[in-house]
Ligand binder design. Structure first.
Ligand code: COD
Length: 300
């Protein structure tokens, strides 16, 4: 499989594959139906709308969504829509899951339910896939969306999840930068210790087909010249695929800064469970919603 380096290429790739079925928990929102309409019109998925049937049908009519292209499961109780959508995935009636007008914690709790959820024994984590004019390929940032302050064991799981996404994007041997503020191990900065542990594990082959560098600051990770000026020799520098960030705040800030200051295009998904989960935010543009759904479809 050729490496996918942009969202246009991603959409083309998804369109060539079998159409995936997306279960949407509490789909009765205009922006949700609009996003599902774009993805359906582009031929990348078929939705199952779980929620208030009457409201969903009304919005579909307003938005010109062809109701023959979707299934609707009537459930007005918001505490039940997440469980129903999760159940559809568990029973293989849907391939992946999306949050509609239900809170993130409701949906995640249904996903994490020990009996009825989508647990696989692995950690669930968020991967943001970023396309930016100044960089010749995708840049994956993790985890700026789910795990708040991961310890080193959690970071290893987060990295494995991101490698899984990278492989689905055709990146055979992803290059990973464990981001910190400095290139030296400083015992007062726990993230530098975690980064050096992960780098050592990768060197020993414990993390599979990846090349890891860290601790490393963002300038060194993104720009080979900066590395050379600092006298740092690194195969990863200037060619990073995955940016492993120290915590949710740093990852979230990094991605949003790229969107607002550098016009980045971004899609994001949660992986590690039985199926990918699309968690859209209200502030996402229609395109970003489409990119996230396409990402979900490509990693199913
Ligand atoms: N993967 C797998 N299992 C998990 C995970 C995970 N990432 N997180 C928790 N669990 C399991 C635990 O092992 C436990 O068995 C059960 O779930 C409950 O664990 P808690 O009590 O630690 O989890 P919650 O329900 O309090 O919190 C989980 C959240 C994902 C809701 C929490 O971590 C959170 O709020 N994350 C930030 C989400 C967010 O605000 N994102 C910003 C969006 S932009």
């Amino acid at each position: 499989m050729d490496e996918i380096r942009s969202f246009d290429e991603l959409l083309e790739s998804v369109k060539k594959k079998e159409k995936k079925i997306l279960a949407i928990a509490s789909a009765e929102g205009t922006e949700i139906i609009q996003a599902a309409k774009i993805a359906t019109d582009q031929g990348i998925l078929s939705p199952i709308f779980v929620g208030d049937k009457q409201k969903i049908e009304n919005i579909c009519k307003e938005e010109g969504f062809d109701l023959t292209k979707a299934e609707i499961l009537d459930e007005k109780d918001k505490s039940k829509t997440s469980r129903l959508a999760v159940q559809l995935v568990k029973e293989k009636k849907a391939d992946f899951l999306m949050k509609g007008k239900v809170s993130t914690s409701f949906l995640l709790k249904a996903v994490l339910d020990k009996e009825k959820g989508l647990r696989t024994g692995k950690l669930l984590s968020h991967v943001a896939v970023v396309e930016i004019e100044k960089y010749p390929k995708f840049l994956l940032v993790t985890d700026g969306g789910m795990n708040i302050r991961p310890d080193v064991s959690a970071k290893i799981e987060i990295l494995k999840n991101a490698v899984f996404v990278a492989k689905n994007l055709g990146i055979q041997k992803p290059k990973v930068s464990c981001l910190t503020a400095v290139e030296t191990v400083n015992p007062d900065m726990q993230e530098t210790i975690d980064a050096s542990v992960i780098t050592k594990m990768a060197e020993r082959g414990d993390l599979g087909e990846v090349v890891v560098d860290g601790p490393v600051a963002f300038d060194i990770a993104i720009d080979k010249k900066s590395a050379q000026m600092k006298g740092i020799e690194s195969e990863v520098s200037g060619d990073t695929d995955i940016f492993l960030v120290p915590d949710i705040a740093s990852g979230n800030i990094m991605v949003k800064a790229l969107i607002y200051l550098a016009g980045a295009k971004v899609g994001g998904i949660v992986v590690g469970g039985g199926a990918p989960i699309v968690l859209l935010s209200r502030a996402d543009t229609e395109k970003m919603k489409l990119y996230s759904m396409a990402l979900g479809a490509v990693v199913c």
